[in-house]
Design a protein around this ligand. Structure first.
Ligand SMILES: Nc1ncnc2c1ncn2[C@@H]1O[C@H](COP(=O)(O)OP(=O)(O)OP(=O)(O)O)[C@@H](O)[C@H]1O
Length: 362
């Protein structure tokens, strides 16, 4: 990762009862999630990067551009930092139309900064038909899409998103998520995405930073982070692995899609007729994976993968989390301690992983 393609944010913020002390070195492209429990400092980090909050000590360099370097007495105010900021709730000007809202920010930024064509932003977010409406006539999801288009229209070098879906109900969330995905795929700028919803992170972010109590607990590729048994992400009922694959074929007769991934082949029940060759991101919950020592026969489970146990750790009372390798792909299986003992699960042991549920997350 060269400095020209990197976000570096060394931030120190002290408040009564809270200290943020992080040194973030993040990829200069793609989506990076800042993830962690409420109060761990995600929003504070984002605001300090944006210059909305004055850190006690900070260095912020975005793809080679120094926005702040306290040691060198460099400080650019927020309006001189080429960033787009999307908040939890879209703060649109109620007296302006959607077009007026988007134009407002764009007019205030220098033309040479307009890296994203306005039409492209409007098109990506599917808001062309809303341009003459006033914000009060928009749904929550539409408001957020307008806020994102407005942020993009200013030609940011980085997009900062602070839980942009948190204020939406499940239905609106599901409506906005595909737009977010399109956005991230179509744009070349990095996105820092604050969230405390792991399913959103698994779906959207290639990279993640796990924060706790104002510090970075770990950071890396989302796929790798989710299956690290030394981290809290890989424990409890929500633990899951994310696997990248390619659609081989979709059988329209029984609605089964076959997906090739590095560790083998997976079949998934899907009403969507995925085209052959389509890249898919799959999520496999640890609780949906069971283990057997011999290849099961006469079973209703469609996916049985030969795998090797890598690590076994105690999870919640009576439960164990097992990390497995199916070829180069790491999966998690949550089994009872009794089963782990009965099967003598230990590193190196050959097993068959029975995968009961596979969900496509993009
Ligand atoms: N303006 C403020 N003044 C004083 N303390 C604040 C202020 N804003 C946040 N805090 C405190 O700073 C700490 C970090 O807050 P921050 O908003 O960064 O957390 P977060 O991880 O984004 O949380 P959440 O997921 O709940 O939004 C918390 O202890 C919070 O109570």
């Amino acid at each position: 990762m060269s400095a020209a393609e990197q976000i570096r944010a060394r931030l120190q913020v002290s408040r009564p009862g809270f200290t943020l002390d992080v040194d973030l070195q993040l990829p200069g492209r793609g989506v990076t999630a800042l993830f962690g429990p409420s109060g761990c400092g995600k929003t504070t980090s984002l605001r300090a990067i944006a210059g909305l909050l004055r850190a006690q000590q900070a260095t912020v360099v975005v793809n080679g551009e120094v926005w702040q370097d306290d040691a060198a007495r460099i400080w650019r105010p927020t309006h001189q930092r080429a960033l787009g900021y999307v908040f939890q709730e879209a703060s649109l000007f109620e007296h302006l139309s959607v077009r007026g809202n988007i134009d407002y920010g764009r007019r205030r930024t220098p033309k040479e900064r307009h890296t994203v064509a306005l039409d492209h932003a409007v098109d990506l977010l599917g808001i062309a038909h809303l341009m003459d409406r006033k914000p009060h006539a928009l749904s929550g999801g539409e408001r957020q899409r307008v806020a994102m288009a407005r942020a993009l229209a200013t030609g940011p070098r980085v997009l900062l998103m602070d839980e942009p879906l948190a204020a939406l109900d499940a239905q609106r969330k599901a409506e906005v998520l595909p737009y977010l995905e399109r956005l991230h795929q179509a744009l070349d700028i990095p996105v820092l995405y604050v969230s405390h919803a792991i399913d959103e992170v698994a779906r959207l972010a290639a990279h993640m930073v796990l924060m706790q109590d104002g510090r970075v607990l770990a950071s890396g590729r989302t796929e790798d982070m989710l299956v690290r048994l030394d981290l809290p992400l890989a424990h409890g009922d929500a633990a899951a692995s994310v696997v990248e694959g390619t659609v081989l074929r979709h059988d329209a007769h029984d609605h089964i899609t076959s997906v090739q991934f590095a560790g083998g082949r997976l079949l998934l029940a899907s009403p969507t007729a995925w085209p052959a060759g389509a890249p898919v991101r799959l999520r496999i919950q640890a609780r949906d994976v069971s283990l057997a020592l011999a290849a099961p026969v006469d079973t209703s489970i469609l996916n049985i993968l030969p795998a090797t146990v890598v690590q076994v750790e105690a999870d919640s009372p009576g439960q164990c989390m097992v990390a497995l390798d199916a070829g180069p792909t790491r999966l998690l299986a949550r089994v009872t301690q009794r089963s782990a003992q009965a099967l003598a699960l230990a590193p190196g042991k050959a097993v068959f992983a029975q995968v009961k549920g596979v969900a496509v997350v993009n």
